[in-house]
Design a protein around this ligand. Structure first.
Ligand code: S3P
Length: 434
């Protein structure tokens, strides 16, 4: 089990480019595999989660070549996937398991989806239930992985209202809908990331969006296309918070995806007084990107608007660090989903903040954080094997008076393999020990 040892730094300077977006990387493999023709992907995230998806499709007979972040997918068409010879191991990746459940429910063959210890505890009933209504046959361990999917089922379209704001459920049903008889519609209460819809359109599939209702009709084909994966705003978020809380900072993050369904972290930090400027906005590969400049800021506590919660769902661990460095209280509610991420991110963050001496109160669906000082010496934080917890506390070190240690940081490899390198490049004092 590896640890980060991080000591305080005052000054952060430089320009960096964080790795490719995880959500888009997953989807590029899934859609590229079932398309007709060859899909070239650049900027692919070389993190364990996206590589789990890549390996799973190779195991289903798709020829996929990778040289670093350049990936070539030789699509096999809608019905060309082959039965894998053993269970598909999806590691830590909830996105792989939930999206692939939809796609694999419609194949002619049986398959099993496995995950690591953390993924094996995550709820899958949210995809199993609507997929079963469509005609899928899926066995689970009381709604948790491993999932055993029986092939050869004829799926019928569904008209489904999401019970929670989740792009994974939406995407799972849209992928199943590609194979279903009729028009599948998914209605979302709050906006969730729309990469699946965008990418399907990029592959030439007709997807309609009308007032939060997304529809597609089964039976079509996908045509291969080139995909340029932009930098992940979720990985960039650690550096946005770092830039805001460091005493003397001026950093630029290049070519970050600013898809409007993902920019809650920028809006929330700006509401807190974050000194963040977007420049050089452009469209790249069907997604909006910009360079983001972040400078030292005097943050203040806020009540986080509920409508921004789904737009920043993966960024709350780092936002809790921003809240800890703000003047006054920050209150988050309406974020119960944080409890079923790679860890219970409300409780695990609260435990870490307690260790650092930050006053907080855990709420059922959020947290209250009173801004203060990270003053306790000899702090050792447990990441609970959650990548975003590890990286958030690494950033907290910028305002610590003493060195801190974060234990169990191996999972940073799932989403941000060169995190330590980029931290070091802008002036942080971080090392990884095993
Ligand atoms: C993702 C959707 C979100 C997010 C996850 C990636 C996706 O999950 O937390 O990291 O790629 O669709 P939910 O759909 O469960 O909110």
């Amino acid at each position: 089990m590896s640890s980060f040892v991080v000591s305080p730094a005052q000054s952060l300077k430089g320009t960096i480019k964080v790795p490719g977006d995880k959500s888009i990387s997953h989807r590029s493999i899934m859609l590229g595999s079932i398309a007709n023709g060859v899909t070239q992907v650049s900027g692919f995230l070389e993190g364990e989660d996206a590589l789990s998806t890549l390996k799973a499709f190779q195991d289903m007979g798709v020829k996929i070549e990778r040289e670093g972040s350049n990936v070539t997918i030789h699509g096999v068409g809608m019905h060309g996937l082959k039965a894998p010879s053993s269970p598909l191991d999806l590691g830590n990746s909830g996105t792989s398991m939930r999206l692939m459940s939809g796609l694999l429910s419609a194949q002619s063959f049986d398959c099993e989806l496995h995950g690591d210890e953390s993924l094996s505890k995550r709820p899958m009933g949210r995809v199993i239930d609507p997929l079963s209504t469509m005609g899928a046959k899926i066995d689970s361990q009381d709604g948790k992985p491993p999932l055993v999917i029986e092939g050869g089922q004829k799926l019928s379209a569904i008209d489904y209202t999401l019970p929670v704001a989740s792009a994974q459920i939406k995407s799972c049903l849209l992928l199943a809908g590609l194979y279903a008889q009729g028009t599948t519609s998914v209605t979302e209460g709050g906006i969730t990331r729309d990469h699946t819809e965008r990418m399907l359109r990029g592959f030439g599939y007709d997807v309609k969006t009308d007032n939060g209702r997304i529809s597609l009709t089964g039976g079509g084909e996908l045509t291969a296309c080139d995909i340029e994966v932009p930098s992940d705003i979720s990985s960039s978020a650690f550096f946005m918070v770092a830039g805001c809380i460091a005493k003397d900072s001026d950093i630029t993050l290049e070519a970050v995806n600013i898809n409007p369904t993902r920019t809650g972290v920028i809006d929330i930090l700006k509401l807190m007084g974050g000194n963040i400027t977007l420049c050089n906005e452009r469209v790249s590969g069907g997604e909006l990107v910009a360079d983001i400049r972040v400078q030292s800021s005097n943050l203040k506590g806020i009540n986080i608007p509920k409508n921004l919660v789904p737009l920043a769902i993966d960024e709350f661990p780092s936002l809790f660090i921003a809240a800890s460095c703000a003047i006054g209280e920050t209150v988050l509610t309406g974020a119960r989903e944080l409890r079923v991420k790679e860890s219970d991110r409300i409780q695990v963050m609260a435990d870490g903040l307690d260790i650092l001496g930050i006053e907080n109160e855990v709420l059922e669906d959020g947290i209250r954080i009173q801004g203060g000082e990270f003053s306790k010496p000899g702090s050792v934080i447990q990441s609970h094997h959650d990548h975003r917890i590890s990286m958030s506390f690494a950033i907290a070190s910028l305002r610590c008076e003493h060195e801190i240690q974060i234990e169990g940081v191996d999972n940073v490899q799932t989403s941000f393999p060169n995190f330590v390198e980029l931290c070091t490049k802008i002036g942080m004092n971080i090392s990884e020990t095993s």
